[in-house]
Design a protein around this ligand. Structure first.
Ligand SMILES: Cc1cc2nc3c(=O)[nH]c(=O)nc-3n(C[C@H](O)[C@H](O)[C@H](O)COP(=O)(O)O)c2cc1C
Ligand code: SF4
Length: 454
């Protein structure tokens, strides 16, 4: 990996003075928004499309295309920034909110101009006790300066931004659950279509975008969409912020080129595995993403590369039986939310799998049966393997439960539990089998057989 110094969003990380509006403005901040409020909305949309900016919240959907789904001539359009960040292993958005709140606000002004938004919201995870006052103060400053309100930068554009604090449910990060919660209802996901861009908040067209996605907009408008696209690779523009945790020497939040591979991230950026140990598995984008083994890390941690790389194995839990994960997809992984979890060669993969499943079973909203019941069953089966009570056939049982969940639920939380489980079961099957072989259940059966029990 060559040296790479450009920083877009992270340039203000660890710089407390950048939270102040005057510092931010003195260093070129709000120039793009000042320009945007007098620009033709379609020109801004053109730049965003040209930039190849893809959503940083999980799915990597192209931002410009999503904006283009808002029906022409809509009277009321809402913008909602998804700052609910709750995926275990993901902690980049809170870093942006804490260190660079004005870049997010500036991005929101640009998006609002392009989309014709009068009222925008930031849906913020309730536990972000440190970030909330920082963002609220930055908003107050932006109002005081006249950047927000009835006449943004003295133009005829009006924009109000309100922070709405969630109450600590992971499911409220899913965009339709988020909108239900924002409306004052229960945070239950809704069936799509209709997608929020057509029918969202209070039934009006609504764009939901991740914090990092929106914070990239000032740079795009300042430097041009093409320049942003050129920073990236293939169909993905710009840089990417990843949060790295687990068994590395230097965990943290890093803004990197999209060409950086998993191995480079661990060795060159994060200083290798702690204690000089070897890597065993890496989750590339939050725990809802299937993990990679040590020999699958020479792939750029980029949206398309992680999904399509042929070296990433297909799921074959039973000989000859491949699990179809919907739409004919075989199990590959995704860049997801940028939350990288690194596990060294001492990690117990059965325990890791159980711990992740416990999270999803706990956070399932309970609306649909495959997810409500399936995540609970899966957790129980994997837990009993982990705790030494596994039974022959439990690997196949867990795989078939996971297969029954995937693709059969209202929202992607079901897939988020099923896909990683299938990856653990296939890539580390020997560890599951070893625990089953040495389980008390198997020992009791053996003893009974030896005593001639029927
Ligand atoms: C269970 C679940 C939780 C999610 N949590 C978040 C979250 O905390 N933050 C986020 O930006 N996106 C989250 N997403 C993705 C959102 O539904 C949505 O796709 C995203 O906010 C769109 O923004 P983007 O296009 O900028 O990525 C979640 C999705 C699911 C299924
Ligand atoms: S998949 Fe799970 S979290 Fe999503 S709607 Fe169904 S029960 Fe709720």
């Amino acid at each position: 990996m060559g040296s790479f110094d450009l920083k877009i969003i992270s340039k203000y990380f660890d710089l407390p003075e950048a939270k102040d509006v005057d510092y931010y403005v003195q260093h070129g901040g709000y120039a793009a928004a000042r320009k945007a409020v007098r620009m033709d909305p379609a020109t801004i949309l053109g730049e965003v499309k040209a930039s190849n900016l893809r959503g940083r919240g999980g799915a990597g959907f192209p931002t410009g295309i999503k904006w283009g789904f808002v029906p022409q001539g809509s009277q009321t359009v809402y913008l909602v920034v998804n700052a609910d960040e709750s995926e275990p292993g993901t902690f980049k958005d809170r870093h942006i909110l804490f260190w660079n709140p004005h870049m997010l606000i500036e991005g929101m002004i640009i998006a609002a101009r392009s989309l014709g938004v009068r009222n925008a919201y930031v849906y913020m995870r309730g536990e972000m006790l440190r970030e909330y006052p920082v963002l609220q103060k930055a908003l107050d400053q932006a109002y005081d300066k006249g950047f927000l309100g009835e006449r943004c930068f003295g133009s005829d554009m009006a924009l109000d931004i309100t922070i709405y604090r969630g109450a600590g449910a992971y499911i409220c990060g899913e965009e339709t659950a988020l909108l239900s919660s924002l409306e004052g209802g229960r945070g239950w996901p809704r069936l799509k279509p209709p997608f929020p861009a057509v029918k969202g908040l209070w039934g009006q067209p609504t764009i939901v975008n991740n914090v990092e996605t929106i914070a990239n907009l000032p740079w795009i408008l300042e430097n041009g969409g093409q320049a942003f696209a050129d920073l990236g690779v293939g169909r993905s523009g710009g840089l990417r912020i990843v949060s790295v945790c687990g068994h590395v020497n230097k965990p943290g939040v890093y803004e990197l080129p999209l060409t950086v591979t998993g191995r480079e991230l661990i060795e060159d950026v994060c200083g290798g595995i702690r204690g000089g140990r070897k890597v065993k598995g890496v989750i590339p984008g939050g725990v809802s993403m299937p993990l990679l083994t040590a020999d699958e890390l020479d792939v750029p941690f980029e949206f398309d590369a992680l999904q399509n790389d042929e070296r990433i194995r297909e799921v074959e839990v039973q000989p000859g039986v491949k699990f179809d994960l919907g739409g004919g997809r075989t199990l590959r992984t995704m860049a997801g939310s940028g939350g990288v979890v690194v596990m060294d060669d001492q990690t117990d993969m059965v325990s890791a799998c159980w711990r992740i499943l416990h999270f999803f079973a706990d956070e399932s909203c309970g609306q649909c049966t495959p997810c409500r019941e399936g995540t609970g069953w899966l957790t129980k089966v994997v837990k009993r393997i982990d705790r030494g009570h596994g039974r022959p056939g439990d690997v196949e049982l867990a795989a078939s439960i996971a297969d029954g969940i995937a693709g059969n639920t209202i929202c992607a939380l079901g897939d988020a539990a099923a896909w990683p489980t299938l990856a653990f079961l296939t890539k580390f099957r020997d560890e599951f089998e070893a625990k089953i072989r040495s389980s008390t259940f198997v020992a009791q059966q053996r003893a009974a057989a030896e005593q001639g029990a029927p």
